[in-house]
Design a protein around this ligand. Structure first.
Ligand SMILES: Cc1cc2nc3c(=O)[nH]c(=O)nc-3n(C[C@H](O)[C@H](O)[C@H](O)COP(=O)(O)O)c2cc1C
Length: 221
């Protein structure tokens, strides 16, 4: 598989098979992903991998919270307060297209919320990870996390695995931080569901759109 194939094949996967994923395999890919560049080589990523019994313990801890509908304010803004165009339309479009594929109309707010809450079950993936960043780090280092994440997602694709990055976990940051035993100066950025994609799920063939190049590339020849 070439890099452009992996980029084209990667997509946020929200339905997984039960098949377990090997911890040493995932650890190897995570180590390879740390080959990502970072400004000043700070390598500002801190990763907690959940798999096997660790994932079972995590789910057991989360269950009563989810049953009680517990949600927290995020520690960082997931989106700017008011999204301007063209970002607003893009965000709206991806949501509508996904819920359309799932057969959940806009009027069925309860069903949409139920689906969203699946984020906090890692979409039933067998494995998942949490990505933390030192609170002292700024926007430049947060961008380094993006490079790390994308590399990891491509490495997963190369090995027949799929993933979904999830800022939704920021709405459960206290429970996640406590479970992970992360130090107080580490802030949760996101989670990543990991597993083998379910080929029979309605979202299995769901693809998101990208704006045409002319909308965001300025050439200076
Ligand atoms: C940092 C980050 C956080 C994200 N958080 C969520 C999330 O909480 N839940 C979710 O379902 N998708 C989440 N996504 C997935 C995006 O919705 C997805 O990347 C986008 O719609 C493009 O689709 P694609 O990844 O399938 O190409 C996140 C993506 C990124 C990069």
């Amino acid at each position: 598989m070439q890099v452009h194939d992996a980029i084209a094949a990667r997509r946020s996967t929200r339905a997984f098979l039960d098949n377990p994923v090997d911890t040493s395999h995932l650890t190897r890919l995570i180590e390879q992903a740390a080959g990502a560049p970072s400004g000043g080589n700070l390598q500002p990523w801190h990763v907690h991998l959940l798999n096997g019994e660790g994932m079972t313990r995590f789910r057991t801890m989360m269950e009563p919270r989810l049953d009680a509908g517990q949600v927290e304010a995020t520690e960082y803004p997931i989106y700017p307060d008011s999204l301007s165009e063209p970002y607003r339309t893009r965000r709206f479009a991806v949501g509508e297209q996904m819920y359309d594929r799932l057969g959940i109309p806009r009027t069925d707010k309860a069903a949409r919320l139920d689906w969203f809450r699946r984020n906090w079950r890692f979409f039933d993936a067998p494995a998942g990870l949490f990505l933390f960043v030192d609170r002292a780090m700024g926007a430049a280092q947060w961008s380094d996390l993006g490079g790390f994440l994308h590399g990891l997602m491509l490495l997963l694709v190369e090995d027949g695995l799929a993933s979904c990055p999830q800022e939704a976990w920021a709405m459960q940051h206290t429970a996640v931080t406590e479970f992970c035993g992360a130090p107080a100066d580490h802030m949760l950025f996101c989670g990543l569901s990991i597993g083998i994609p379910d080929p029979n799920h309605p979202l299995a063939t769901f693809r998101t759109e990208r704006a045409p190049l002319t909308e965001w590339l300025t050439l200076h020849e």
